[in-house]
Design a protein around this ligand. Sequence first.
Ligand SMILES: C[S@@+](CC[C@H](N)C(=O)[O-])C[C@H]1O[C@@H](n2cnc3c(N)ncnc32)[C@H](O)[C@@H]1O
Length: 307
Amino acid sequence: MNSLMSMTHPRPRRSFGLHHGKKVYEGYNAERKVRNRKKKEKKREGYHAFAREFPTTNTPLPERFTNTILCGDSLSLLQQLPNQCIDAIITSPPYNFGLEYGTHQDTDTWQQYYAQLFAILKECVRVLAYGGRLMLNVQPLFSDYIPSHHLISHFLFQQGLIWKGEILWEKNNYNCKYTAWGSWQSPSSPYLKYTWEFIEVFCKGALKKDGNKNAIDITADEFKAWVNAKWSIAPERDMHTYNHPAMFPKKLVERLLKLFTYQQDVVLDPFNGAGTTTLVAYQQHRRYLGIDIDAGYCATARERLKI
Ligand SMILES: C[S@@+](CC[C@H](N)C(=O)[O-])C[C@H]1O[C@@H](n2cnc3c(N)ncnc32)[C@H](O)[C@@H]1O
């Protein structure tokens, strides 16, 4: 009887908190745990404690780079762009776990891999406009026990960007085997599986991005749903058609664009692959620049854009 009652009338969750300076034990909704919150935030200096000061003047992206797919190494191509000319970067770098890409060899020593990736990300930080956003998709790595999502975020944080947050992209792909790399029903070495990836979101210089109100295209319902930072989106089904092993689903790019950019913003993907970022940017009335080292992928990206 008791257990039945507690099922039909669950006790409200409670916790210790403060009300008008008094310690109380009350429901989560009413609790206030921190006294003088604003004052304490000020003392800690908030994100200013780590963020770098960047110039506030932005440069337009030169015409010849606008609405283009460039084929080559992102490091040398990005070096041709002026400072602070890109409103948003949406990208997914290769993860160095041995995928079969066209040109890029996806297995290097970790030292070599991070040296190359960080050189490109440093250029990304330079070309990003003041107030711009860098959104980077990273997977928690499974076989080498290297926390790439932490290392890459730490690097961008050290570059002085503001960490705006993290989206958990739930892919719901429960297809990996339980014991492939670990022990079965034994604490000797249980293997943790991930059905999700992360999107790390960084801002340059300021959390707020100025833009024209008429260039906002997110609806109220979309906004309410998407600020909840766990997004359940199935992986791309058409990778076979485009002959690329690691494509974004269009829905993912669509949400990032609507939530973090305005129409007509310039969007860069320095690891553009089969061109999902550039295609969705075009379809959603943003300007784009896509770069990939593989000529075949660049051809696919152009074909999808019909340019
Ligand atoms: C994870 S895939 C990106 C896929 C893309 N998001 C899509 O939807 O198709 C990474 C891409 O980076 C490219 N790449 C690797 N090294 C590069 C470099 N140094 N410069 C430019 N592109 C590079 C690879 O060819 C590969 O297509």
